[in-house]
Design a protein. Sequence first.
Length: 145
Amino acid sequence: MRRPFAIRFRRLLALALCAAAAAAAPAAADDTAGRTAKPSIHVDLTKQCVDRPEVMRRTHMNLLKHQRDRTLRAGIRGEKVSLNGCIDCHAGPGAGAAAGSAVGSPQAFCESCHRYAAVTIDCFDCHQPKPGGAARAAAATGSRP
């Protein structure tokens, strides 16, 4: 018994679509034009970070917010987690191609990841993105960093 034409046509069409999708898949995977570049991260590995990289990627913003609250509201300074400490390592000597600043170029440590994640950085509206910058600014004004 022969199957009706509509059933055969649908099966043939489905098979052709699957074959076309399978043939196009490798080409689509190689096409990276228009995509955001992956972060360019270079870190001075001679120093120990606050925590493991996978932990810092997910929680650095929470650590910094918690420390901000302790510093501003309780006056506690010089703890393990601080924005100045992060800048000293991640924008300081040995930090790679963008050594000298955490922001300002696509290769800068903070900016490269934040561009990739499409997240704005508002820390540097108030804080210096260069190592020792906050201490120099504080010394010039006679206040504490």
